[in-house]
Ligand binder design. Sequence first.
Ligand SMILES: [Ca+2]
Ligand SMILES: [Ca+2]
Ligand SMILES: [Ca+2]
Ligand SMILES: [Ca+2]
Length: 482
Amino acid sequence: MKKWFATTALLAMTLSGIAQPASALGSTDWEKKSIYFIMTDRFSDGDTSNNNYGGFYANKSDPSKYHGGDFQGIINNLDYIKNMGFTAIWITPVTMQKSANAYHGYWTYDFYSVDGHLGDMVKFKELVSTARTKGISVMLDVVINHTGDFQPYNGYAKAPFDQYDWYHHNGDITATDYSNNNQAKIENGDVASLDDLNQENTAVAAELKKWGQWIIAQSGVDGLRIDTAKHVPKWFLRDFDTAVNTFTIGEVYHGDPAYVGDYTNYTDAVLDFPMYYTIKDVFGHDMSMTKIRDRYKDDYRYKNPKTNGLFIDNHDVKRFLHDASGKPGATWDKWPQLKAALGFLFTSRGIPIVYQGTEQGFSGGDDPANREDMVLNTSNELYKYIGKLNFIRNTHPALQNGTQAEKWVDDTFYGFQRSNNGDEAVVLINNSWSNQSRTIPNLSNLASGTTLYNRLGTDSVQVNSGSISVTLGPKEVKIFTK
Ligand SMILES: [Ca+2]
Ligand SMILES: [Ca+2]
Ligand SMILES: [Ca+2]
Ligand SMILES: [Ca+2]
């Protein structure tokens, strides 16, 4: 009888649309995931009836306008993501906007409404629960630094965010503020005229925390990506993280690991911007692999580098294939650089994040050229390659959150081993445009005679007194496991 009551109660809750139970994924769960980053408006239009919501018309020929993508479009294509091996998605903000150019979702008008271009709260819940049945967790992008640009000429965001003293009124953060590292202004000034919320006002702080709890309870999302985190006072990031009681990863757009790493004292994790710049240099511009070694030397600055969000590009910077130098002397030969960068992304410590379109070879430049309309071609070689990398990572705990030790570094060659309770992976990367041979010494936990198999190819190698001798082709990555 007891059991029957419990089941019925649960069913009743689901049917009446009451908040779903929080999934309570912690940092350790997120370390194991790989994330596909979706800009919803540009992903897939699953419901054309919402394309003109609010009088802001979808127009695919204008890159600064809505293009019609929505929750239904994601729901319809979850298998496209699942079959590429991703175990989580990060979606752009869902709050209601009030601008013809707010397709991206970062300019909130009403915190407590879902933007009608995307769908409604019921559809949002359906996305989260359907994704979960396919083994895909959902991370929601949230903006707690600012609203849209309404002040001083167009009033405010919707109540209760419609009061003068709920905002800072300090003017824009200037280029000089950034170059002088004027942190007070960076936290209390406006980012590109977007109205900066005054978290020192206790009513604002309380409302933002209440909203964070509300959107999680309503939707059932498994974690939050905190937009513009370096513009939010650090003490409030911590208060917010505590209040929402879920995994948070902050966007701290800065190249200095000392600056970025400090934020892991206030959020659970950060996006690894310092490593992004290193990946761009090393893999995109053929620079020395000693830069990878040097970057890892700063790992002590992060509370837990296994939760660092790793990425090769995103919606705010030029795509990797736009920026990459390509093969010297060739007209356009950049895929080998991209594939090497992705090989690193999926094997290094940290959570790999791939921005939609990388798997289709998109090569857009600065915003909005980097926000292309998606095509969903599962036969693209890059789609298959990412699927293979995800499969290898998903089947090897060593590559998810194992320990990581450097075994070789020189200008063109990098090697490291990852270990996790008996699972071993040796990752080797040739960053040059010619064949390279090396003997990699000092491998751990691998007895002489052990055969290691390259999971990105068909070759194998035998361990001899803790060493392996290997040859890699141009820009080749080999991932050896037992
Ligand atoms: Ca639509
Ligand atoms: Ca601020
Ligand atoms: Ca403004
Ligand atoms: Ca947390």
